[in-house]
Design a protein around this ligand. Structure first.
Ligand code: DON
Length: 317
């Protein structure tokens, strides 16, 4: 065989094209791109609007990172797909489906409207997510929150903490979600102890993650539940498949139709400023930029997903 020749020295400093693309997104989308930091949870209003991190994890476990990918922020609604998947595996699909629908609502995330059966439309809106937290509470009682925190940690590949200030801030001001909780109990979606279920939900929303964590969590969804960094099968392939399905139809709330039409990658946003996008069998993306549009979705996160989808032709349909 011919002798091995080392790569030219210049190659050592040249970045792979994907990293170059992510760097270009990071440079192009300035904070002036628009939106406003959420402040209906007062503590979230303290976020730095300049923070911007993009991370992409491939299914061979490589993680690309650009910008503020190590800055912790609260997971908020990006917890919802994982807790839904956990509920499917913990209580069984029949029990979960007996109280939560899988139809897009077309409503904002915090809508109090239920479907014709007086059940939440889907597990991605607050009503459905609170119902999922209720199911976990039903199965695990006071251990429910830690059960959720540990499961999310297996998706991220590390132990995750909680932002106590954000938790306390939401618990103090979360009457709309409490109202949804009581509406769910009167319709027998939540069995008892609404107050405790809401604390589980508020705590789960205050779990701290980074853009890198979100990329790895997304890649685990894209990889049928096997974390590509740790190799662990976190939840069943069945639960992951159903979770990606509801993310596809409802993950971006009343922007979900537009999203799947234009970008074509299952995704979930959080009012902390995160966006998680999981392209099955391909990749996971996590972005963090706290300024949100009117749907509660990160403005620069959407831009990154748009650019990624069109640049690499990743629309799945
Ligand atoms: O329940 C709430 O309002 C928040 N804890 C989560 C909402 C959220 O993240 C909506 N997503 N963009």
């Amino acid at each position: 065989p011919p002798p091995f020749t080392a790569a030219p020295a210049a190659w050592a400093s040249s970045k792979p094209p994907l990293l170059r693309f992510l760097n270009a997104c990071h440079a192009d989308f300035t904070p002036e791109t628009g939106g406003a930091v959420a402040d209906y949870i007062p503590e979230l209003g303290k976020a730095d609007p300049a923070h911007f991190g993009i991370s992409l994890a491939t299914l061979d476990g490589h993680v690309y990172e650009v910008g503020d990918t190590q800055v912790p922020f609260t997971i908020q609604s990006m917890s919802k797909p994982f807790v839904f998947a956990l509920a499917l595996d913990t209580l069984g699909a029949a029990r979960v489906e007996s109280v939560i629908g899988v139809e897009p609502s077309g409503d904002p995330f915090n809508s109090i409207r239920l479907n014709a059966e007086n059940h939440p439309f889907n597990p991605m809106v607050n009503a459905g997510a609170i119902a999922c937290s209720g199911l976990i509470y039903e199965a695990k009682g006071d251990a429910a929150f830690d059960y959720i925190r540990q499961a999310l940690g297996r998706f991220a590949g590390r132990e995750l903490d909680v932002d106590d200030a954000v938790y306390a801030s939401e618990s103090l001001t979360g009457d709309r979600n409490r109202a949804i909780g009581y509406l769910l109990r009167t319709n027998a979606v939540i069995k008892d102890n609404v107050a405790q279920v809401l604390e589980v939900y508020f705590r789960q929303c205050a779990i701290l993650v980074t853009a890198r964590d979100i990329a790895v969590m997304a890649a685990t969804l894209a990889n049928r539940g096997v974390n590509p960094v740790t190799g662990e099968q976190v939840l069943s392939a069945y639960a992951i498949s159903r979770t990606l399905s509801v993310m596809t139809s409802s993950g971006m709330y009343d922007y979900a139709g537009e999203w799947i039409y234009r970008i074509g990658i299952p995704a979930k946003s959080g009012v902390g400023g995160g966006i998680l996008a999981a392209l099955p069998a391909r990749l996971g993306l996590g972005s963090y930029s706290p300024k949100l549009d009117k749907h509660g979705n990160s403005v620069r996160g959407i831009k990154v997903c748009e650019a990624l989808s069109s640049h690499y032709d990743l629309h799945m349909l």
